[in-house]
Design a protein around this ligand. Structure first.
Ligand code: ASP
Length: 435
């Protein structure tokens, strides 16, 4: 079990988190059926409401951790990763392009399949008039916070990223100037940010350990009060997300084929270890060394492109997360009977881009930053509780796409010319060997 996978020790054996969640799901369904499955007595209905309390506590903790996590993740990335000037701009453009495509694919699939409407659920009416209207100038105007620390308390993702990027860029520049002058005054602040980042991640780990209890409570409560309809909608959501992630994977292969010398087959052969690790750890950061080695040893990229794509990418590049956050917002809006118009979906695009930049490459980070996307479009965050039940699985799938995205960026940075021009026959042999 990797250090990123939390486990519970029982009878001398460690039970991984996903098994705990699965067990919680099964037990909760049993309890929900016992309590009435959609038709509870008044007493059981009261009890069901109490059962939802652990989940709302977990959500509150996730909301509270979201802003420090994003701020520290961005500052930490700027301070600790080396991006050479010219490649930096190219990298930023590639990252932005890929993330935008991911979100558009997510929104397209969610709009076409409309998974939130597959099953009629009586949540509608809970949230009438809750979403915000799109106001482009208001958005620009409000992107600058009234006070530097205000976005931290307001949970405003756009303002937060503006603050984080400003400080990140400045700290990076100061560090470079000091390094060039042989000074090291920047070290204490770098150490402070690193240790605070690790501290937030550790607290997040504690919260994640409570997820099985939260899942048990919310599933038992939902089955008791609403029966199984919400889970049919969730099944539709899973299908839609998997389809969108698959399309994003195809987009990467096409992008690699057209924008680099790497053939899709070679790319997939080089990605096999990284993808299995990504799926089993649900962490693109934990997968990073394997991604890097795959790019160097199996694909045969130059070290500079492999490190820039894999190391920087795994900090900033989370296309799977962006796609998922946008789809989740649309799905919950559909469940609530709210129609997000094109302009509101544009806010979803913008905030999902920002939220994915700030999402750390650790398990469930997307769930944390999602609270900020929901807040930005005015969707009630308590409905994220529904998604917690399936997030353990979808997290693994979107992490694979995050890693595939990092590999794509590396290939594109490597350009159209291979490191050493391989004879086609030699390349064939190479591919079958890594296969
Ligand atoms: N687990 C994902 C990753 O490590 C982040 C997320 O939760 O979306 O890339």
């Amino acid at each position: 079990m990797s250090e990123h996978e939390q486990g519970l020790r029982l009878f001398g054996k460690t039970i991984p988190l996903y098994l705990q969640i699965l067990a919680a799901l099964v037990l909760a369904v049993g309890l929900g059926v016992l309590l009435g499955a959609g038709n509870p007595s008044p007493q059981n209905a009261e009890l069901a409401k109490d059962l939802a309390i652990p989940c709302s506590l977990v959500l509150k903790a996730l909301r509270a951790l979201a802003t420090p996590l994003i701020l520290l993740a961005v500052l930490h990335s700027f301070l600790t990763t080396d991006i050479p000037g010219r490649s930096g701009r190219r990298l930023a453009l590639i990252l932005l392009g890929n993330t935008t495509v991911a979100i558009l694919i997510g929104l397209f699939v969610a709009n076409v399949l409309r998974p939130g409407t597959w099953e009629k659920i009586s949540f509608a009416g809970d949230a009438q008039g809750m979403t915000k209207q799109f106001d482009p100038w208001g958005l620009v105007e409000s992107s600058v916070p009234e006070a530097v620390l205000k976005p931290l308390t307001d949970n405003n993702v756009i303002q937060l990223i503006v603050v984080a990027l400003s400080f990140g860029i400045v700290l990076r520049a100061l560090k470079s100037e000091q390094v060039a002058a042989g000074r090291s005054d920047y070290r204490p602040i770098e150490q402070f940010i690193t240790i605070m980042f690790e501290a937030v991640i550790r607290i997040l780990t504690w919260v994640i350990m409570l997820v099985p209890i939260a899942v048990f409570g919310i599933v038992a409560s939902t089955v008791t009060l609403k029966g199984f309809a919400p889970f049919k909608a969730l099944a539709a959501f899973i299908i839609a997300v998997l389809l969108a992630l698959f399309l994003q994977g195809c987009y990467y292969l096409l992008r690699v084929r057209l924008g680099s010398w790497v053939k899709p087959r070679l790319f997939l052969a080089g990605a096999s270890d990284a993808l299995t690790t990504a799926f089993s750890t649900a962490s693109s950061t934990a997968t990073m060394p394997i991604t890097f080695r795959g790019l160097i040893d199996k694909v045969g990229l130059r070290e500079s492109s492999a490190s820039l794509g894999a190391l920087v990418g795994s900090n900033f590049n989370n296309d799977g997360t962006a796609l998922y956050e946008a789809m989740s917002a649309l799905f919950i809006a559909q469940i609530l009977g709210l129609n997000l118009n094109l302009e509101q979906q544009l806010i979803v695009v913008l905030t999902s881009i920002f939220a994915s930049v700030g999402a750390a490459g650790i398990p469930e980070a997307g769930l944390v930053t999602m609270t900020l996307v929901f807040t930005a479009v005015g969707l009630p965050t308590q409905y994220i509780a529904l998604l917690i039940t399936v997030d353990w699985f979808l997290d693994r799938c979107r992490t694979c796409i995050n890693v595939m995205g990092d590999m794509t960026v590396s290939c594109l940075l490597d350009g159209k010319e291979p490191k050493l021009a391989m004879e086609p026959a030699l390349e064939e042999a190479f591919v079958s060997e890594v296969d």
